[in-house]
Ligand binder design. Structure first.
Ligand code: GDG
Length: 738
């Protein structure tokens, strides 16, 4: 395996103008620190500051290289447009479903794209074939596709640390399609929760029209995997602090400072998503309602300054300072202010001590991708440090709520209920506190950030890569080979599907008539001695006959149920004894689905029933198709049928009928030496997967998706192949005649 390249907006350290390095604070930095692996690793990111701040960029780059870091320097203009602008003033609020806080500017969007390109270039410069690249977070949504276009053989992973909102919210973003396309360059896309994954898939469907399965989708013949990876906290880091010989002294000092007060701890970056004003309102409500507890408790509010200089954040800081002052003014007494606002970051040892000593921890964001503070608090709660076990109050809008089910869950907008939760937490008996905490600790100590990173990276390694896939193939050599086979007197047969293979899909199937060039081309090919042509379609006889009769092409209708030899005479059945008794039960079921899903209908074929949902609401149609597939698979277990999910259809067809069986029949009947089949969907795979003994057989997949074919092309490629073949055969005939 090659090296691992981490890419995030910030490096885990920030570099001051004098070259001094300082650890950065924040969820991503602390989680990834715990995720340290022993592998050969490089980290690409912004060292903070602006290009103009540094005297000697080269010297900073060299110094960072010694610790495996590679800087992306940003100019003042780029910091404004990329970081403070599009990333933090457009994307961040929208991803947190706070569209009303978002501001948009064309200039920011342009700079965002340019800076993403810069990150991609720096990565490409350092990357070698076989490396894993792991890109983090919303600042770099375009980097996956930019890297893929760089032409190196990389495994590209992307993890989103924020929520992914519903498609209705996401579509508010200028650049929404480009952003989604940017992400799809990854091999693996990770989210904290299933809801975010679900919302992402829904945006793909509604904005780009791309259908997906829960864990994967197919794009240009490659697989993009998606997964849920709830991030863990830096357990090793906290463990180390708490076992440090100096830790008891740190703990003792903070305990002394508390002077017997019951600490209610709050730790967050000062960000509007964290719900600090709402939390202050709940504290105030609690103090109003419980005068007896006013002098007993101490709310400690550690708010790390964040994104200073961004207007939203500056006014939030002012608001919080004002409110804290007002509450302390109203409810404080001599020697006691109920809220202690600490507007700065602390060393990890102090943080661990605060977590260990607090009786209640309030994690009440309005929206949060995961929230690591909740997990860190629980981890640091240990009998050797606390006087009584603590209680976690946790917002139901934090991703962490899905894992930490034994916390006291609150709706942070409901001030009264948060005030009640504070009181309930304070009054909770020790036995209940302990049983809740221990149950949650068991889980999160096993799921720490190291485990999280390991799981993501091993899943990334397992995504099938290009060597496992069938790439687009140049078809001219195949045309030359077949022409040579014909010249040698071999009997060559071509079996071609129609819709999606020889022409594009359209909304109304009856509109999919052949273009003017196709029938003459087929006639020309069928006329060559030694070459037989079969059109193998799911269409009914009437459609095929009206467009392709009299061309000398053998027509196979209804997925291999009937055929018309060389397009003339009577339609024949491949198997006259096909059992269709199953249709009755299945028809009722499909019709029921149509009634419940506007824009869908049932089509009846001789040996199949098809439920079409092309005109339904895309998401509703896809959801119904999936439930139908589940139900039909159960119903079909004892029936002679197969159930198949195709291009906006669910089809139930007789097992005794398939394109594969039909083509196999014709290959034997005609005594072919060489055969080529081409098709685009799963029904065509039954013929693509054939391996007739003694026949030189080639399967060609047209378009995207999984296949057993050995070659892949697109509609234009196949049409060109047919034109080339006709030309080569013509030239050959000319040479023979002259
Ligand atoms: C984003 C997502 C997601 C805080 N104060 C101090 C300090 N911290 C550390 C905490 C914690 C981290 O900062 C905050 O992490 P969160 O997860 O709470 O939030 P974000 O920064 O918004 O992180 C979030 C996360 O990414 C990971 O995917 O969970 O949802 O928004 O680790 O300990 N650290 C130190 N001193 C402090 O004073 N040393």
């Amino acid at each position: 395996m090659g090296k691992l390249i981490m890419v995030s907006n910030r490096l885990p350290v920030s570099i001051a103008a004098d070259g001094a390095a300082r650890r950065t604070t924040g969820g991503l930095a602390s989680a990834l620190e715990g995720a340290n692996t022993d592998e050969d690793r490089l980290w690409v990111g912004w060292p903070g500051g602006t290009e103009e701040d540094f005297n000697d960029l080269e010297a900073v780059t060299m110094a960072l290289a010694e610790t495996g870091l590679k800087p992306v320097f940003l100019s003042r203009e780029e910091v404004d447009g990329f970081y403070e602008g599009y990333a933090n003033s457009s994307l961040w609020p929208v991803l947190h479903s706070m569209v009303e806080r978002a501001r948009f500017s064309r200039e920011w969007w342009d700079i965002y794209q340019e800076v993403n390109r810069r990150y991609a270039d720096v990565v490409l410069e350092a990357a070698d074939d076989g490396d894993q690249v792991w890109i983090h977070d919303y600042h770099l949504l375009l980097v996956p596709t930019m890297l893929r276009e760089g032409g190196k053989q990389l495994r590209i992973g992307f993890f989103l640390h924020t929520p992914f909102p519903t498609s209705e919210v996401f579509r508010a973003l200028p650049g929404r399609s480009t952003l989604l396309e940017g992400l799809l360059g990854a091999d693996l896309l990770g989210f904290h929760t299933y809801d975010y994954l679900r919302h992402f898939r829904s945006s793909l469907l509604r904005i780009l029209g791309i259908e997906s399965e829960t864990e994967r989708l197919w794009l240009d013949g490659r697989e993009v995997r998606m997964g849920v990876y709830p991030i863990g906290h830096n357990h090793t880091g906290f463990e180390k602090e708490m076992h440090d010989p100096g830790f008891p002294a740190v703990l003792a000092e903070h305990r002394r400072n508390l002077s017997g007060k019951r600490m209610i701890l709050n730790v967050e970056r000062l960000d509007y998503t964290k719900g600090v004003p709402e939390k202050l309102a709940a504290m105030k409500r609690f103090l109003e309602r419980h005068p007896d507890k006013r002098t007993e408790v101490l709310f400690v509010l550690i708010a790390v300054p964040s994104r200073q200089g961004v207007a939203e954040y500056d006014s939030l800081t002012e608001h919080v300072q004002r409110e804290v002052g007002a509450i302390n003014g109203e409810f404080g007494s001599i020697g006691h202010a109920p809220i202690q606002f600490l507007h700065r970051g602390f060393p990890l040892a102090d943080l661990a001590a605060f977590y260990a000593l607090s009786e209640v921890c309030m994690v009440t964001p309005l929206r949060d991708g995961m929230n690591l503070v909740a997990k860190e608090f629980l981890d640091c709660q240990r009998p050797e440090f606390y006087q009584r076990p603590g209680v976690l109050i946790l917002s139901e809008f934090a991703g962490a709520a899905q894992e930490l089910s034994l916390a006291l869950h609150v709706n942070p907008y409901d001030i009264d209920s948060v005030a009640d939760a504070i009181n309930r937490a304070l009054d909770m008996p020790d036995a209940e506190r302990l049983s809740r905490i221990e149950a949650m600790q068991g889980r999160l100590r096993k799921q720490h950030s190291g485990v999280w990173a390991g799981r993501f990276l091993s899943d990334l390694e397992a995504v099938p890569q290009s060597e496992d896939r069938v790439e687009i193939t140049e078809m001219l050599p195949m045309a030359q080979k077949l022409a040579a086979d014909v010249a040698e007197g071999k009997h060559v047969a071509l079996f071609l599907d129609y819709d999606g293979t020889l022409r594009d899909f359209v909304d109304v199937p009856d509109d999919a008539v052949p273009d003017g060039e196709l029938p003459p081309l087929l006639r020309r090919l069928a006329a060559f001695e030694g070459l037989s042509l079969g059109l193998v379609s799911g269409r009914p006889p009437v459609f095929l006959e009206s467009h392709f009769a009299g061309l000398g092409v053998t027509l196979v209708a209804e997925h291999g149920y009937r055929w018309l030899d060389e397009g003339k005479g009577d339609w024949l059945l491949f198997n006259p004894h096909v059992n269709t008794d199953w249709k009755h039960a299945i028809r009722d079921h499909l019709e029921q689905a149509s009634l419940l899903t506007p824009g869908t209908h049932v089509e009846e074929k001789q040996s199949a029933l098809v439920w079409h949902y092309r005109k339904a609401d895309p998401e509703f149609g896809q959801w119904r198709a999936r439930s139908l597939l589940d139900e039909l698979t159960v119903m079909a277990a004892n029936l002679p049928v197969t159930v198949h999910h195709g291009q906006k259809i669910v089809e139930v067809s007789s097992l005794q009928v398939s394109k594969g069986l039909a083509v196999d029949h014709l290959i034997r009947e005609w005594g072919c030496d060489v055969a080529l089949v081409a098709g685009d969907d799963q029904t065509d795979e039954t013929m693509i997967a054939l391996d007739p003994p003694g026949v030189d057989f080639t399967g060609v997949k047209v378009g995207k998706g999984p296949t057993r074919a050995t070659r892949r092309t697109d509609i234009a490629g196949l049409r060109k192949f047919l034109v080339d073949l006709a030309r080569l055969l013509d030239e050959q005939r000319g040479t023979q005649q002259s």
